[in-house]
Design a protein around this ligand. Structure first.
Ligand SMILES: [Zn+2]
Length: 87
């Protein structure tokens, strides 16, 4: 049995907030809520508002416009890179 190679990315670093670049990649990896495609013609990541941050623990707020069906959706991403809400 060998320990996983990524052990140094484990527990101790988990609390370090993710970067905007990382939030963008997470948003891009999220399928469209309507057509399940990953092709976005517009993707904007900005810091979450203080109230969102306080109430939902959201760090980044991503606005995406689907390039296939045109649906606009909003993602909230927390400091660990998890999608907290989709709207
Ligand atoms: Zn779509």
């Amino acid at each position: 049995m060998t320990p996983p190679n990524d052990a140094r990315d484990g527990a101790h670093d988990a609390v370090r907030p993710i970067t905007r670049e990382r939030a963008e990649r997470i948003a891009r990896a999220h399928a469209c809520i309507r057509c399940r495609e990953y092709s976005y013609k517009k993707l904007v990541v900005k810091p979450a508002s203080p109230s969102h941050h306080r109430d939902l623990g959201v760090l980044w707020q991503a606005t995406l416009v689907c390039g296939v069906c045109g649906t606009e959706q909003e993602l909230g991403i927390d400091a660990e890179g998890d999608v907290v809400y989709v709207g």
